[in-house]
Design a protein around this ligand. Structure first.
Ligand SMILES: O=c1ccn([C@@H]2O[C@H](COP(=O)(O)OP(=O)(O)O)[C@@H](O)[C@H]2O)c(=O)[nH]1
Ligand SMILES: O=C(O)[C@@H](COP(=O)(O)O)O[C@H]1O[C@H](CO)[C@@H](O)[C@H](O)[C@H]1O
Length: 333
């Protein structure tokens, strides 16, 4: 296993690593023959997309080439606002998702944007960053790239961060990641317990080797992240997945009703992969360990809860014991 600045690259079975442990300069020395495309999927993000593009370009793109990042590409999903214009003005290469490979048609969705991005980017390393970020930093890019540059075994890098929900008054009201907590983590607990160590399975900031991503089927909607995670695990094993602690991230949040739509897409993508191993229907164990996370002294610490998932047989299938009379004999006095 290679080292960077005296540190071991992060593995899922270890505490998430900190982005600050890799300097841009040290990473640039390790870049070698790699090319890096930062891809920003955007739908109606005119308020935030320019800052995302400008800050990444300013820190990592050199106009003559040779920077840590070779291109910043915005994939516009039919925005109804000025997303494409402001992104282009910020220096991004901007493509309209439905104009990429028109021979293949077009459907709305984030996964569609990321799948089509493969046809208009040239990096062998792809870094995906959402366009609606508010509280973030360009260390997101170095942190996500580092494990791919220092360890050939790593195929996918997932962001780990605090995800506070900020209300209209700017007050932090609770933690975000509602589909993560209510859909993704429970599904992983039931069907891929080996991925319980992934702190943010749906994080929208992630990096992947193009060759791996290009070998996966990609859900057209919000199932793209859970799919890439499960596909990497199934194809390359747990050691191909790294996590990096990026500190804190806030973004524009969905209303609850639209989260339902996202949940359907995450579940549909996951369920398509549930029985991939051909092992037949997954027997729900009597109890399942649900792993949840809270940030502690040493980073994100897991808390595992045994959740009862067993079932009783139909009542009419269990005969009464010979001596017992039917009726509420167990009534407490
Ligand atoms: O059809 C879509 C839906 C979403 N997005 C982008 O994908 C990212 C994540 O989407 P969203 O913010 O809706 O999800 P959340 O982060 O709130 O779960 C954002 O940059 C969106 O602009 C996109 O490019 N096309
Ligand atoms: O993590 C989640 O539960 C969802 C919703 O987050 P919030 O409840 O709005 O903070 O957000 C993530 O999931 C989406 C589906 O994978 C990704 O596309 C988003 O980028 C990511 O923020």
């Amino acid at each position: 296993m290679s080292e960077m600045d005296g540190h071991q690259p992060h593995r899922v079975d270890r505490p998430a690593y900190r982005a600050s442990d890799w300097t841009p300069e040290a990473l640039l020395e390790r870049k070698g023959g790699h090319t890096v495309s930062v891809v920003v999927p955007a739908k109606d993000e005119e308020a935030t997309v320019a800052a995302v593009v400008e800050r990444i370009r300013a820190d990592f793109v050199r106009d003559g080439g040779g920077g840590l990042v070779d291109e910043v590409v915005v994939i516009d999903s039919d925005s109804s606002d000025r997303t494409a214009e402001v992104a282009r003005a910020a220096g991004a290469k901007v493509f309209s998702a439905n104009r990429i490979r028109p021979d293949l048609g077009s459907v709305p969705g984030k996964g569609e944007a990321l799948w089509k991005a493969q046809h208009v980017t040239r990096g062998d390393l792809l870094v995906f960053v959402d366009a609606d970020l508010v509280d973030w930093g360009t260390h997101f890019v170095t942190g996500l790239l580092a494990p791919l540059l220092v360890d050939d075994a790593v195929q996918l890098v997932k962001a780990v961060y605090d995800r506070p929900m900020i209300d209209a008054t700017g007050r932090e009201e609770e933690s975000g990641g509602r589909v993560t907590e209510l859909v993704a983590r429970p599904w992983l607990a039931l069907h891929r317990p080996g991925l319980a160590g992934v702190v943010q399975p749906l994080s929208g900031e992630w990096a992947i080797r193009r060759a791996a991503f290009a070998s996966y089927a990609v859900p057209v909607g919000y199932g793209v992240e859970i799919a890439a995670l499960v596909d990497t695990y199934d194809a390359h094993g747990i050691d191909a997945i790294a996590q990096v602690d990026l500190g804190r991230r806030t973004h524009r949040h969905h209303r609850h009703d639209t989260l339902g739509l996202m949940a359907v897409q995450v579940l549909a993508a996951a369920d398509r992969r549930r029985e991939r191993s051909g092992a037949g229907p997954v027997r729900a164990e009597e109890t399942v360990g649900l792993t949840q996370y809270a940030r502690g002294q040493a980073g994100f610490e897991p808390r595992v809860t045994a959740v009862a998932t067993g079932e009783r047989p139909p009542a009419d299938s269990v005969g009464m014991p010979a001596h017992a009379e039917p009726g509420p004999r167990a009534e407490s006095r």
